[in-house]
Design a binder for this molecule. Structure first.
Ligand code: GLU
Length: 467
């Protein structure tokens, strides 16, 4: 059997941590099993679905690298198919028209509540009512089995049973003919050959209804895996209050997709006490049997720690490709003459996010340095300017412009002038970066190149002379 999983977001909001985790688990399971992963947009709630959210979800999935093998399917494009199935069910008697008015249903509900009964449809139209009210567009209800149990083996939670008597005759089409949520999910899962439904446990109550519907359609239900929810540190359901944002916002805040994926995979799944998983390792090791039953807790510090880890250890060329958009956002041209990969290597030990890295890298990409005047006052006094003068001459004639040769020059000038290393390096740093903080100065000079370095030193000398 080929495993087929799906991620079926409703585009009524952004792709958040919880949705992304569901998507990842579904994707991983398909990849692990050599199966197929379907993306299906459940956009039948036309009031709350927007095209903007659809785009944001697709963009978030692409950024995470959770590529789908099929789709995206859109439920709003499948209304003919849903209509077809409803017609068939009516003909077969697994569904029926219900003419009960809203008022009747409301009274029924109020009476049941008053009698402390569970509110449910009383089945007046189930066996055909004596007289059909005129001018009423009926809804279509599913003829749920009246007794017995629905039992399924949840791949995370084990055996779960529901009494059929507890389940209502679900409305599958509204009076205007539009299909309802549980019904469209069922038709799609059946048509798309979904073998494993992996989703949040907020859907558990839908599962027995969906299983009954599938059986009525003569389809063997898929396996289900309901993943426990994610909580904030205070034990409440995860929300923005806990610092959780959308996938695209993490991208914009300077996270690498690897960091977010690694973070997500550990939200409710573990493999021994391993914390770091490459994409391939996740695929090789992921299994639904190791998904936890208990809710997991969101921890933004751990996500940041993982991000730092990946910034430091990922291929710098890859990090550079993710740094580029952040430089552009600062109005800088990443192709502006400095080796971007070298910049990553110089900054990766000291940046927690790509946003921080881009900010720290600004001085490489601009010809208009913003001087930190305090640093200028501190390091470019008379003595500082003298060491800069000496450096200018040494740098102008240096035969080979590399970090090691530059390191030697700084050492030599310090020794010759009777300065400490810092008395040479700090003025140089202010001249080159505008501030007293930069990556190691030899590396910085090497990246910037001779011409730019010399012109910056000259500009700093002019600036501090005027000051
Ligand atoms: N569209 C549903 C949601 O976004 C998911 C349905 C499912 O996975 O079965 O919550």
């Amino acid at each position: 059997m080929t495993v087929v999983t799906r991620f079926a977001p409703s585009p009524t909001g952004h792709l958040h941590i919880g949705g992304a985790r569901t998507a990842l688990f579904s994707w991983l399971y398909a990849r692990r099993q050599g199966g197929r992963f379907i993306l299906r947009v459940e956009d039948t709630d036309r009031e709350r679905s927007t095209d903007e959210y659809v785009q944001a979800i697709l963009e978030g999935m692409a950024w995470l690298g959770l590529e789908h093998d099929e789709g995206p399917y859109y439920q709003t494009q499948r209304f003919d198919r849903y209509g077809e199935v409803i017609t068939r069910m009516l003909a077969e008697g697994t569904a029926y028209h219900c003419y009960c008015s809203r008022e009747r249903l409301e009274t029924l509900r109020a009476d049941q509540m008053a009698a402390k009964e569970k509110p449910r449809y009383d089945g007046l139209c189930r066996d055909g009512r004596a007289s059909i009210p005129e001018g009423v567009n009926p809804v279509v209800r599913f003829r749920n089995p009246a007794d017995g149990q629905v039992v399924f083996e949840d791949l995370v939670r084990g055996s779960i049973a529901f009494e059929n008597a507890e389940l209502d005759d679900l409305i599958i089409a509204r009076s205007d003919g539009t299909p309802t949520y549980n019904f469209t999910v069922v038709v799609d899962d059946a048509d798309m050959g979904v073998t494993h439904v992996i989703r949040g446990d907020d859907h558990i109550n839908n599962t027995p209804r969906q299983i009954n519907l599938l059986r009525a359609l003569g389809v063997t239900p898929p396996a289900y895996a309901h993943v426990p929810m994610i909580l904030g540190a205070d034990g409440q359901r995860l929300s923005k209050r806990h610092g959780a944002v959308s996938v695209l916002q993490y991208r914009d805040e300077g996270y690498l997709p690897e960091a977010l994926l690694n973070y997500l995979v550990r939200l409710g799944w573990s493999h021994g006490d391993q914390e770091i998983f490459s994409r391939q390792e996740m695929i090789d090791l992921f299994d639904l049997t190791s998904v936890h039953r208990a809710p997991s807790t969101f921890n933004p510090d751990k996500l940041l720690w993982l991000n730092q880890h990946y910034l430091k250890t990922a291929d710098p060329a890859y990090v550079a490709s993710h740094l580029s958009p952040h430089l552009k956002r600062l109005g800088l041209d990443p192709a502006g003459g400095v080796d971007l990969v070298g910049v990553v290597v110089a900054l990766r030990e000291r940046s927690k996010t790509l946003v921080e890295m881009a900010e720290a890298a600004q001085f490489f990409f601009t010809d208009h340095l913003a001087y930190d005047e305090k640093a200028v006052a501190k390091h470019l006094g008379l003595e500082g300017r003298r060491s800069l003068q000496a450096m200018t001459e040494a740098l102008a004639t240096l035969s080979e412009w590399t970090a090691p040769t530059l390191h030697d020059v700084v050492e030599r000038i310090a020794a010759e002038g009777g300065w400490k290393m810092g008395q040479v390096a700090q003025p140089l740093r202010v001249a080159i970066s505008g501030t007293a903080v930069s990556p190691p100065i030899d590396q910085t000079l090497a990246l910037l190149g001779r011409e730019k370095s010399l012109s910056r030193i000259a500009a700093a000398l002019r600036h501090s002379d005027l000051g």
